[in-house]
Each structure stands twice: as C-alpha cells, then as structure tokens.
Design a protein. Structure first.
Length: 72
C-alpha cells in the first residue's frame, strides 16, 4: 500500500472494530501512590516491543527514600 492509495474497505472496517473495542480505556483509572517519603532518587524506566501481530509497552517508576526504602 502506498501513501496515496485509497484505504481498503476491509481494513477500514477492521480498524473501526478495533477502535470501537477500545472505548473502555477512556474510563480506565488506576490510582496508585508511587513515591516513597523523603525521596533520595527516582528512576523512570520504559520498554516497548512490537511485531507484525502485536505490540506492548511498560513504564515503571522506582523511588528510593533516604532510608533506602524502595517503592516500585
């Protein structure tokens, strides 16, 4: 498929189905306290991978307090 090609109807309907199935994500809310008290150091890490059939990503925060307590 080239940039100026018309988007095939079969792909368009699959894309619409995918987008419609993701509507619930707008309402997804995760409350989480991610920081330790008296933070000495904070590390933000992120990873992503993809293939022809799937993709995935993860992000994490690691906090280290002045007493060396670790919260991930």
């Amino acid at each position: 498929m080239n940039w100026n090609d018309e988007f095939p109807e079969t792909l368009a309907s699959q894309w619409k189905y995918f987008v419609d199935s993701m509507k619930f994500i707008e309402e997804l809310h995760i409350d989480r306290y991610i920081f330790a008290d008296a933070i000495k150091k904070t590390i933000l890490g992120g990873f992503a991978v993809s293939s022809q059939v799937a993709y995935g990503a993860a992000v994490y925060v690691k906090s280290i307090s002045e007493t060396n307590s670790i919260v991930i």
